[in-house]
Design a protein around this ligand. Structure first.
Ligand code: SF4
Length: 373
């Protein structure tokens, strides 16, 4: 076990959880006033007592976000290139044995999707795929990246975890960002929902951002899938992971995401540990206070009204007008397996307009590069 694996094992989870569930009013008050916060302060902000201080939390989170990022929200679009997958994840429609219509885009088809997204305003694309060593090989993704990089200013990948060497090849091909969600930081839950395939290897996945950074990725995105396990535990471990990455890879821009389970064909998406809307809002604020310079990403998994509300609290990046199946932008009428159902179905233009109405600027290009100087 290397890197964050050691830190994860050493986290004083019992004490942190006690604070996260039992913090007294003065502990929450202290956490709200501290700068910088430590992980125990962050735990206090997750407590039921802090739930009664949401307005104070929201004000501080809003002020910090505006100070660090301005009144901007970066818009990006996921571009699914394949739904082929050899993994067995109980919560995902792409899971190996599910009888969905499978498809892998040719480089030409991927370019056609990217051109459509560019016409809608997007300059930042997230390349997404299932995990399949033959259909979605590193060589295939390298070809896709090279084809897209010619016309797309900013590319990130959310695909099967790879070696440092392959990340180096992909960054040379045009990838700047790597997104990899641990799904759950609880090893027992991880084993329960990942039944077969390489994804069963918790530690290999956990060390993926380290390999990405070593391979030259400038942006590292992490997250947990909320609903699988106790949300306070997930939030604490996710926060510890983000802190580790910020400390260790100070040249990289780190983002966090809190996707919640969504309905998906043939998948078990019952949230055994639901994260309520108010608690999600609190998470956004608490992360902003703990990690003022970290980007907070919100996808179309969340409903429109909630997304609009969270813009003011600390969200810095949003997807919009998303399709979750390969080819979904060019040929939405072709029946192809989607990864999950989106909730916010507004077009990118509608989302951008709402962001403006909220007093923020929708930003279509990669502003992290400017922020990093
Ligand atoms: S979550 Fe990823 S690895 Fe798991 S089945 Fe879905 S696409 Fe495949």
């Amino acid at each position: 076990m290397t890197g964050f694996g050691e830190e994860l094992a050493a986290l004083p989870m019992e004490e942190l959880l006690r604070v996260a569930t039992e913090a007294a009013p003065d502990t929450v008050e202290r956490a709200l006033a501290r700068e910088p916060l430590d992980l125990f302060d962050f735990a206090a902000l997750l407590s039921p007592e802090a739930g009664r201080r949401l307005e104070d939390l929201a004000q501080r989170a809003h002020a910090l976000t505006v100070q660090r990022f301005g009144k901007t929200v970066q818009l990006y679009a996921p571009l699914y290139v394949s739904n082929e997958c050899v993994e067995t994840c109980t919560y995902c429609a792409f899971s190996r044995t599910n009888p969905i219509a499978r498809k892998t885009l040719t480089p030409e088809q991927a370019v056609a999707e990217a051109r459509l997204l560019r016409a809608r305003g997007f300059r930042h694309l997230l390349i997404v795929s299932g995990e399949h060593p033959r259909h979605v090989s590193p060589e295939y993704l390298g070809t896709i990246l090279r084809a897209l990089a010619a016309e797309t200013p900013s590319l990130s990948v959310e695909v099967q975890p790879q070696t440092e060497e392959i990340y180096r090849e992909w960054t040379a091909a045009g990838a700047e960002g790597l997104v990899v969600y641990q799904e759950t930081y609880d090893r027992d839950t991880y084993a329960r929902v990942h039944l077969a395939g390489k994804k069963k290897d918790f530690d290999w996945r956990l060390a993926t951002p380290d390999r990405g950074a070593a391979g030259g990725m400038k942006r590292l995105g992490i997250g947990a899938l909320f609903g699988l396990s106790d949300w306070r535990q997930e939030a604490l471990r996710l926060a510890a992971h983000a802190r580790y990455l910020v400390r260790r890879y100070w040249r990289c821009f780190v983002t966090v995401s809190f996707p919640r389970l969504r309905p998906a064909e043939y998948a078990d998406t019952l949230a055994r540990h639901p994260l309520a809307d108010a608690d999600l809002a609190r998470l956004v604020c608490a992360f902003r206070l703990l990690l003022p310079d970290v980007g907070v990403v919100l996808s179309t998994r969340e409903p429109a009204q909630l997304r609009d509300g969270l813009v003011r609290l600390g969200v810095t990046q949003m997807s919009a007008g998303s399709r979750t199946e390969p080819g979904g932008y060019s040929a939405p009428e072709v029946p192809t397996g989607r990864q999950f159902e989106v909730s916010d179905e507004r077009t990118a233009g509608e989302v951008a307009r709402t962001i403006r109405e909220l007093g923020f600027d929708p930003v279509w290009k990669d502003w992290e590069a400017a922020l990093r100087g």
